[in-house]
Write a protein that binds this ligand. Structure first.
Ligand code: NI
Length: 176
């Protein structure tokens, strides 16, 4: 079921979400199905449960030739629960980000270039990956949602926040 995505200004987006304790439950599987439906409907690269008002540490992401991110590398379709991020090195990289909770805008955000992330999938199987670049960016963006952090809060130069169609005229993006 496609759910309403909360927009910046809603206090639920600033909350710290709770860990998932029970895996493979009907409730968890239904949540993930709703998140997938919602992300696909809005053509997003990722979605965190708090964005649909569920304050649990669940994110999904995945990119394969997404018109919103025409230059992005492929990122495998992933369900990541109770994630733990360990940065690998201190190197930062700036990149443009959007967010389904901040429709119509893009901002330039510094993120760690490389990281290791661990967590579980919806059935409780372990995920443990070391990644870099866009994949690492997506993970940092989505996991930030679980701690109530939206990408503008990570920006260091607010002159690099703008409307997508003004920043990137002619690009065939969706409206957000
Ligand atoms: Ni987001």
């Amino acid at each position: 079921m496609i759910r309403e995505v909360l927009r910046m200004g809603d206090s639920r987006l600033l909350a710290v979400s709770r860990k998932v304790e029970t895996f493979a439950s009907p409730e968890l599987l239904a949540l993930i199905e709703d998140m997938r439906d919602t992300m696909a409907h809005l053509d997003g690269a990722g979605l965190a449960a708090p964005q649909i008002g569920v304050l649990q540490r669940v994110v999904i992401f995945g990119v394969s030739v997404n018109p919103r991110y025409p230059d992005a590398e492929d990122v495998p379709e992933t369900v990541l629960i109770n994630p733990v991020i360990e940065t690998l090195g201190k190197e930062l990289e700036e990149g443009w980000e959007g967010c389904l909770s901040v429709p119509g805008l893009r901002g330039l955000v510094p993120r760690f270039l490389r990281l290791r992330y661990r967590g579980m999938d919806q059935f409780g199987a372990t995920i443990d990956r070391s990644v870099e670049g866009f994949h690492a960016r997506v993970v940092q963006h989505e996991c930030d949602h679980l701690d109530g952090i939206l990408y503008p809060m990570r920006m260091t130069d607010m002159s690099k926040l703008g409307f997508t169609d003004v920043l990137f005229p002619g690009r065939q993006d969706s409206e957000d």
